[in-house]
Ligand binder design. Structure first.
Ligand SMILES: [Cu+2]
Length: 348
């Protein structure tokens, strides 16, 4: 599933009250001959500015940025600050791609992520994808099945495919993904599980530029009218990711736009000290400050609060992706801790 340098993981089986055993989908590549339904989604990959800290303050502490938080949020002669240009998956109301579909209040916490794509086992997902940026991008899904022209990833196998290097700027492509039993929940899973999709034209750069989203697959017969599993009232999706803005397609644009001395910026600036001047392995140089430890693209408690009502049945999907894990893997290990309950995960 994951190719190239990607190392994409899925964390599953979190409930506030009990521990769930390791969950793996059954390996039964059983494709239905007649899909129960075809689900049409529309995505347009959009270039826009993204602010990692829209509250302009430390939301966790309820106070102005200090120390490291200040280092990561303030613009300067050689510092980009909190706002970057990114390429993001965004949903439009129809295939004219003229009107952005507003995101409902319950999904505001998705932030940088693309729209959640939903299906249940037996469905076929179709995504009408338009690229309005200046780089070729694609949609490469995990978990579901696809033919070559819907894989959204290129590699040197001698096959020709119009989509091999991504969808060119200005062009539209329809991705068709079948949802076999193997893509759905396994015997020990809850009624739905999560996968990722991301651009895979030039994978590290595409993902670090912001092109990632979630797919939620429900067990056959378990998706309600809105697509949400029938036995769930509320869902959250969290992507724990250290976004490497040094690798983004828009690094130079961001330097030129957001620093006050772009010509003086050294992309390799190394300063082996922390914000207080003490030795630090990672330091506080330009490159380090471009590593953004975030949840859904938010830093320092700036994500819109995920709210639920007492008594609601809530499912929380936790994912991570790491485009350059060869060296970043140690940094990419997060430990979500929910009042000391155990979070078990498996790694693809
Ligand atoms: Cu992947």
């Amino acid at each position: 599933m994951c190719k190239g340098t990607a190392d994409c993981g899925r964390i599953t089986g979190i409930t506030p009250t009990k521990r769930i055993v390791e969950a793996r989908p059954t390996i039964r590549p059983e494709l239905r001959s007649a899909p129960t339904s075809v689900l049409l989604d529309r995505c347009w990959v959009v270039v826009r500015t993204w602010n990692y800290t829209p509250l302009a303050a430390d939301g966790m502490m309820g106070m102005p940025f200090m120390g490291y938080a200040q280092l990561f949020s303030e613009r300067g002669p050689h510092r980009i600050g909190s706002t970057y240009r990114k390429a993001l998956y965004r949903e439009y109301t129809d295939e004219t791609f003229s009107k952005l579909k507003p995101r409902s209040a319950e999904w505001q916490h998705l932030g940088m992520l693309g729209p959640v794509l939903r299906a249940e086992v037996g469905d076929t997902i179709k995504v009408v994808f338009k690229n309005n940026t200046t780089h070729p991008f694609s949609m490469h899904p995990h978990g579901v099945f696809y033919a070559k022209d819907s894989e959204g990833a290129g590699y040197d196998d001698g096959a020709s495919s119009a989509d091999k290097s991504g969808v060119p700027p200005g062009k539209t492509h329809i991705y068709t993904w079948e949802v076999p039993e193997r893509a759905g929940p396994g015997p020990n899973d809850p009624s739905s599980i999560v996968w990722l999709y991301h651009s895979h034209a030039d994978e590290p750069k595409d993902v670090e530029s912001g092109l990632v989203g979630a797919i939620i697959i429900s067990r056959e017969g378990m998706a309600g009218p809105t697509g949400r599993p029938k036995d769930v009232d509320r869902e959250f999706v969290n992507l724990f990711m250290i976004v490497d803005e040094n690798t983004s397609w828009y690094l130079q644009h961001n330097i030129d736009t957001y620093t006050s001395d772009p010509k003086g910026v050294s992309k390799l600036e190394n300063s082996p000290s922390d914000h207080e001047g003490n030795f630090s392995l990672f330091g506080s140089g330009f490159a380090f400050v471009n590593f953004r430890s975030s949840i859904n693209g938010f830093m320092f408690g700036n994500m819109p609060m995920m709210t639920m009502k007492k008594g609601e049945r809530v499912r929380w999907y936790v994912v991570t992706i790491c485009a350059q894990c060869a060296w970043k893997i140690e940094l990419q290990i997060y430990v979500p801790d929910i009042e000391h309950r155990i979070v078990q995960y498996w790694h693809e």
